[in-house]
Design a protein around this ligand. Structure first.
Ligand code: NAD
Length: 341
């Protein structure tokens, strides 16, 4: 699709993430504009519409997807709704950026892959925004230059202050660690073959069934490894870090901070409170580049439906390993040629 006019975008779900995407597109994308919104909660839709140039507010999500004036769709509604909306976008042959996860079960993501492949057109993208974070892209550039030689090991840290829902290992794997798995796959350029996950309760006062600190070990193709800590009650802030160890050195994401404060024989850098603050730039770059790719008729450089599917396959194996206490294989088909850029 080559489009010379600004792309008209419909957004479904304008809570925390959807509102952020809507504001980014409204305020920063010359290549596109927010033309339509839908949210199950009309108050949320009305509030975001007032902030984004008063796009048309729909009272039915499929009507938004079908509308001839909507050329592309961004989905930021709850996880369970993603599959249905993405499939409807494919039926209408409209580009769609779906927040992670692509679906709630790998079999549903596989249906999306099969439908998209049958259309012969890459339309689906998944919101793994670390691929646009300047710190992560700097690491990726060094790896791609070849100066570190073969990348061998990904070491990831993912910490939240606290999360507002009851925490089990399964919840962390389902809600949080998909980003880490995607970052490991993307930076190393390899597929995950085996996982081993264990976890503990970090605070004695938490309920006995809590698991809020997970360690995930991944074996990837081409003799690569990943080691990932996901800790959702770290208290001090929200922090994500990635280091890739190569044959000739390592590359690690610098921690972004607006300033360094020196006071009382100490040096402080503030730490972000949450993902919206830490990945502020990444969300903006992701949304703008997605719209630009549609405008130019190019394949988007972000995570594809294949990446969304693989994140779910790896999560499925992680949950099995967390429950069994043993390493578990990731059984997935070979990446189809259609999903090689
Ligand atoms: N990429 C990231 O870093 C990131 C971060 C947070 C959330 N997410 C994902 O974004 C999505 C939204 O998360 P959030 O934090 O914005 O949640 P949220 O609860 O803040 O917002 C969800 C919005 O969707 C609306 N909604 C509920 N059911 C709906 C439906 N069936 N159709 C349309 N709208 C519906 C709600 O009224 C609400 O306004 C989730 O899939 C989540 O996993 C991604």
């Amino acid at each position: 699709m080559v489009n010379r006019e600004p792309v008209s975008i419909g957004i479904i779900g304008v809570g925390g993430m959807g509102r952020r995407h809507a504001l980014n597109l409204h305020n920063h994308s010359g290549a596109g504009y927010v033309s339509a919104l839908y949210d199950l909660n009309p108050v949320n839709a009305a509030q975001t519409a007032a902030e984004c140039g008063k796009p048309r507010v729909f009272d039915e999500p499929l009507a938004l997807i079908h509308d001839d004036n909507v050329q592309a769709v961004l989905i930021a509604s709850p996880d369970a709704s993603h599959m249905q909306y993405v499939m409807e976008c494919l039926r209408c042959r409209k580009p769609v950026l779906c927040e992670k996860p692509l679906a709630t079960h790998p079999d549903d993501a596989l249906k999306i892959l099969e439908t998209e492949s049958a259309l012969g057109q890459r339309l689906v993208s998944v919101g793994f925004m670390r691929r646009f974070d300047p710190q992560h892209t700097a690491v990726k550039r060094v790896l791609s230059s070849g100066s570190l030689g073969k990348a061998i090991l990904y070491k990831g840290t993912h910490r939240n202050m606290s999360i507002p829902y009851s925490v089990s290992g399964e919840v962390i794997i389902t809600n949080s660690s998909g980003h880490d798995v995607d970052a490991a796959r993307w930076l190393l350029g390899e597929e995950v073959k085996e996982v081993y996950v264990c976890g503990v309760r970090s605070h004695a006062e938490f309920s006995a069934d809590t698991t809020d600190l997970l360690l995930m070990q991944l074996k990837l193709s081409n003799d690569c490894l990943a080691s990932i800590e996901v800790f959702v009650s770290a208290e001090y802030g929200y922090e994500v870090a990635a280091e890739v160890v190569g044959e000739h050195g390592t590359a690690v994401t610098a921690q972004p901070a607006p300033m360094v404060l020196r006071q009382r024989q100490s040096r402080f850098s503030p730490v972000a409170a949450d993902w919206l603050e830490r990945f502020d730039e990444a969300y903006l770059i992701e949304a703008v580049e997605w719209v630009q790719s549609i405008h130019r008729g190019q394949i988007f450089n972000g995570a594809s439906a294949w990446d969304g599917f693989m994140a779910l396959k790896v999560s499925e194996a992680c949950i099995r390993s967390f429950r069994s206490g043993h390493p578990e294989a990731v059984s997935a088909p070979e990446r189809p040629d259609f999903y090689r850029l």
